[in-house]
Design a protein around this ligand. Structure first.
Ligand SMILES: *Cc1c(COP(=O)(O)O)cnc(C)c1O
Length: 373
């Protein structure tokens, strides 16, 4: 097994179709049949043949195939790509069809999907505290860690043990700390999802999601479902994502190191900034599991609270290097006054996503504005 940096550049070499060093962008929605080898659909027993001979791009296309080969090696399982992170979560729910889902705070769209399942099919939603009381075989326990928007961590091993004791499956949303920062398989996850829109895409210019499962049969079934659900990743986005993954190892390490340094600095100098109330990040948690779980480094997102909403507005609009926008994971550092998109969250909370600028410049930008509030 080669190092991650090498794998990300060569893990899909087997799918080279032409001599181009960069994979070509395919825009075709439909592909000519091989007139010398016409196999009718009724005789197709294995959809893997679509990887080599694409038919229609909703079913599969060349760069999507490359991505899944690369992600499967990189993420240590069988990867299935989707149009976005939520497309992946919805597809997992459709496939596993749980009667009960257990989750606390997590991405609002994920909660929205469970809400729709409740409305349409009577799926019950419980909190993580209710696993022992209500979970049964086939149910799903869903945990997002590190958690949005705080960047703090929950104990995956403990949740895996509690879910498995009841015969339930543990799904981990690892978007905030993808490998090599956190490898959820090591702690008992049954499946892992990522919004690839964030760190894997990394340039704020594509939408995609990936689900990783342990066995090939489940991945094949998910791909079969995906044909009907219409949730495949698009041609162009898969090209962009493939291009992004080539440099992912460089980006994530820098983002993680910078975020940890910046949080450390702010925490050490908290008293210099009267407007700064609280700081949230996994690096500030003292629980034993946190370091073990984030063995490759802390996630590049953290949050802070200021004393007033006015300070939040001023802070987010006065920074020079941080742009005020939602989302995270890109090379561009972002801040977001979370009140802009969430009415249930602390209305004085600002989420910070560290990009690839120098940690020193970013620290200067943050501290300059913090000292003016
Ligand atoms: C963004 C995000 C999602 C949803 O992903 P999309 O690609 O926007 O559909 C799910 N979970 C987490 C933790 C996210 O940050």
């Amino acid at each position: 097994m080669v190092d991650l940096a090498t794998l990300l550049l060569h893990g899909d070499d087997e799918h080279n179709r032409v001599t181009d060093v960069a994979p070509p962008i395919n825009v075709a929605s439909t592909f000519r049949y091989d007139n010398d080898n016409l196999v009718p659909w009724r005789d197709i027993t294995n959809l893997d043949c679509l990887d080599e001979y694409p038919v229609y791009s909703r079913e599969g296309h060349p760069n999507g195939v490359r991505l899944e080969a690369l992600f499967s090696r990189f993420l240590g399982g069988h990867a299935v790509c989707y149009s976005c992170g939520l497309g992946g979560f919805l597809s997992a729910m459709v496939h596993f069809n749980p009667k009960r889902v257990f989750m606390d705070q997590c991405y609002h769209g994920v909660q929205g999907i469970v809400g729709i399942m409740k409305r349409n099919y009577g799926v019950e939603r419980y909190g993580l505290a209710d696993i022992e009381k209500h979970a049964q075989k086939g149910d799903i326990v869903h945990v997002e860690t590190p958690i949005n928007p705080f960047g703090t961590s929950l104990d995956i091993s403990e949740l895996a043990r509690r879910a498995h004791a009841k015969g339930a499956l543990l799904m981990v949303d690892s978007t905030f700390a993808p490998p090599p920062l956190q490898n959820a398989w090591d702690f008992g996850a049954d499946m892992i999802m990522h919004s690839a829109t964030k760190y894997f895409g990394g340039h704020s210019d594509l939408l995609s999601g990936v689900l990783v499962v342990k066995d090939k049969e489940t991945a094949s079934k998910l791909k079969e479902d995906r044909i009907c659900l219409g949730s495949n990743i698009s041609n162009l986005d898969s090209y962009l994502l493939l291009r992004s993954l080539r440099t992912y190892d460089l980006r994530i390490k820098r983002q993680s190191e910078s975020a940890t340094k910046i949080v450390q600095y702010l925490n050490d100098h908290k008293n210099d900034f009267p407007a700064l109330d609280k700081l949230y990040h996994s690096s500030l948690q003292s629980d034993d599991f946190v370091k073990k779980q984030l063995s490759g480094g802390y996630g590049p997102v953290f949050s802070l609270t200021l004393k007033t909403e006015e300070q939040c507005k001023k802070f987010c609009s006065s920074l020079k290097l941080f742009q005020h926008a939602t989302s995270l994971g890109g090379v561009e550092s972002l801040v977001e006054w979370r009140a802009m998109c969430d009415s249930d969250i602390d209305q004085c909370l600002v989420r910070v996503s560290i990009g690839c600028e120098s940690a020193e410049d970013l620290t200067n930008d943050l501290t300059t504005v913090l000292s003016q509030l």
